[in-house]
Design a protein around this ligand. Structure first.
Ligand code: FPP
Length: 225
């Protein structure tokens, strides 16, 4: 089993387009798929799962779509975890500075309220970019007085948004696209990728099982033989 799964929730727009619905309808269904998968990861005892919900590049989308996504996050934070997700530790990774203070406070509250739980750690990546993650880590180190020779892979890793969590083992990307899109590029150095044709709103527990099965067949060598 992977210790850490990353999921690129892609295909919401196409799901909506196929049904002649606005893109936001795809995101609403996508949020349901997110809940489904989190519940499943939690019941399967997965140590850590990271969902890519909003990238540093997603601000380029029409304002209406960005607003709809912000409302979805806000509604989720208001509702809180479902009963079966009760043991999940919720974290939010990315640069939170552009979000309005009410959304930021809600994220901080959910993170604080769940910090003492003992189950799956769920990261939601919002305004997240892999390059920004690395840049942010290096800036933090340098502000703390690090000089060039003291930088190590471990010191950079310890200053990423995912500090303290295992590197990502498996990245799942639905919707037929085969690219990384700036997702956890440092943490995914040795990740296995599983690309699937299903659109994210249609993604079910069965798809997650299929991805896990594919992962179990991979021979991971980490550069060795
Ligand atoms: C990419 O699909 C998806 C997004 C940019 C948004 C993902 C966000 C969610 C699924 C909501 C998650 C909700 C919570 C509460 C965490 P796309 O719109 O680019 O799809 P397309 O490529 O088919 O257009």
């Amino acid at each position: 089993m992977p210790r850490h799964i990353g999921i690129i929730m892609d295909g919401n727009g196409r799901w909506a387009k196929k049904r002649l619905l606005p893109r936001s309808a795809g995101h609403i269904q996508g949020a349901k798929a997110f809940r489904r998968c989190l519940r499943y990861c939690s019941s399967a005892g997965i140590e850590c799962v990271t969902f890519y919900a909003f990238s540093t590049e997603n601000w380029k989308r029409p304002q209406e779509e960005v607003n709809a996504l912000m409302k979805l996050f806000s509604d989720y934070l208001d509702e809180g975890l479902e009963m079966d997700d009760d043991d999940v530790v919720m974290r939010f990774i990315g640069d939170m500075t552009p979000f309005d203070s009410s959304l930021r406070q809600k994220m901080e509250r959910m993170a604080a309220d769940t910090a003492g739980n003992h189950g799956t750690v769920c990261n939601i990546a919002v305004n997240y970019g892999g390059r920004d993650d690395i840049l942010h880590a290096v800036k933090r180190l340098m502000k703390d007085g690090a000089d060039a020779d003291s930088l190590t892979e471990d010191s950079i890793g310890a200053n990423l948004y995912t500090a303290g969590l295992p590197d990502v083992d498996l990245i799942i990307r639905p919707s037929g696209e085969q690219r990384i899109s700036n997702f956890m590029i440092w943490q995914a150095a040795y990740a296995e990728y599983v690309f699937m044709d299903v659109l994210w709103p249609d993604f079910t527990e069965k798809d997650l099982d299929a991805a896990l099965e594919e992962y179990s067949r991979r021979n991971r060598r980490f550069g060795g033989v």
